[in-house]
Design a protein around this ligand. Sequence first.
Ligand code: G6P
Length: 610
Amino acid sequence: MCGIIGAVAQRNVVPILLEGLRRLEYRGYDSAGLAVSVNGGLTRVRKPGRVAELEAEIKIQKTHGNLGIAHTRWATHGVPSERNAHPHVSEESLAVVHNGIIENHEALRQRLSEIGYHFTSDTDTEVIVHLIHFHFHQEKDLFQATRKAVTELKGTYAIGVICAAEPNRLVCAREGSPLLIGVGIEEHFIASDVSALLPVTQKVVYLEEGDVADIGLLDFRIVDRSGMQVSRPVQISELSADRAELGGYRHYMQKEIFEQPRALAETLEEALSHGDLNPTIFGDHASNVLSAIDSVTIIACGTSYHAAMVARYWIESVAGIPCNAEVASEYRYRDSVPNPNALIVTISQSGETADTLAALKHAKSLGHVHSLSICNAPESALVRESGLRFLTRAGPEIGVASTKAFTTQLTALLLLALVLGKLRGRISAAQETAHLDALRHLPAMVNQVLLLEPQIELWAERMAFKQHALFLGRGLHYPIAMEGALKLKEISYIHAEAYPAGELKHGPLALVDSDMPVVAIAPNDALLEKLKSNLQEVRARGGELYVLADQDSQMQAQEDVHLIKLPEHAGLLSPILHTVPLQLLAYHAALQKGTDVDKPRNLAKSVTVE
Ligand code: G6P
């Protein structure tokens, strides 16, 4: 989603801004732009489409400058177009880039129009730049003007501001959207994501909610919401400046699917190094917290929510602890009954999903004190705000459709269920050893499943030009059916729905005919016989079945039943293994259709607005 980078330096900052934008591209966007201060004025270049198009235009215009801000926009208010792309300017003298949503933009727009400001876009952002301009006119100081303006904003924002009259000054502010300052040698930067800055500095200062910062070449100062000057720690980012490369793969999604054995091995490394199920993998004080809690609430969005749903089955059956899974955007606004002895678990690949972050804050405001985040971004806001943490080690995930992040999240959640079970005396020493052995073999088992790709490609060829698909699963594999349906719709644009197979006859059966492929996840578990009956209901209506079974499940392919067999049943690990063919199915269906696999239309990797 939207990304910000800004710089104040003694060198031309345009190449730094462009490289920053390229590094933010994977988040998903539909237009890009930058503004630089040059010769006492501002130059602005904006383009709908890709950063490469902006770069080409910048080359033609030979844009340069020592102070600048740049942005990738993912449309919320107003269609993707040049006029709606950031930066937005006021009177050609002040420019702003913005992530977030200004909720009172209509009232502000009306007020500013009445005093003579002329609006040239449909965005909520444009009110910010005119508001700062209005205060600048009175204050004659960009920092003070920005401070005054942000007190009038309702909603969420991370903003970067420059003005023609102050060519060595970059001002920024945040509320509800991440923003950080990068510290260089006699130069400073801002960014919404540290990855944008890694080629120029690893020294970063994370702004807190309500902070406004005044940044010059040599130094910067930060003022908090109350107007007090504050000092925030300088941290050294441990992320690598190397950009994720495609290697021999055609798409990042394909690469990331095939990286899963390594990602799982790295995620498990610390847990397996202890030789037992050790609570410290969740943090130094985890043992006390995990022993004390009496219920678990898991909160997440999108694919991460599907991981939460699987975990609910694991935690209740393995640890015997009541567990519920909540969609973050619902949880944060519903009247829930808080339980101070509950563990609040948030799951997020990026650690910056706005709804998930807000849900964690909401839980804390209700009096919850125990929190754990499962996250793939070690330096993210979510990790910083959680008491306990487990870092999945999937590595950077660039494809918008989440793959390796999901299976590593599942692995972390299974470890959580097992540790909770052990702390409650529900796992014997022999069972503990068996679980650890199974986990040790997980990467190799995923490798085996990846070998099924040619068979899955044949399924994808048959399904790619269908309009709809139904995914069925039961128990632990119902959320996996949901994840399979989500992957297919995200990247191939085929309408796909998932149902717990037992619900089929309560509605979706009405949709089944020979044009409706029905994908069933049919592992050899306690529910297999029940599931087989559900599948007969599909066959009896002329539906075409695509069944993912286990080697030991005695199922047979037939004319109307396509069958792929995974290795033998993997017990608790089965949902992780059954995810992989569904990822490949979506990937190959998208290839058949020729869609933009890594950047599907309308979607963003990091959803930083609610
Ligand atoms: C977006 C992405 C999904 C992801 C979801 C939650 O919608 O496209 O792939 O599952 O956000 O993201 P998170 O980073 O919190 O896991």
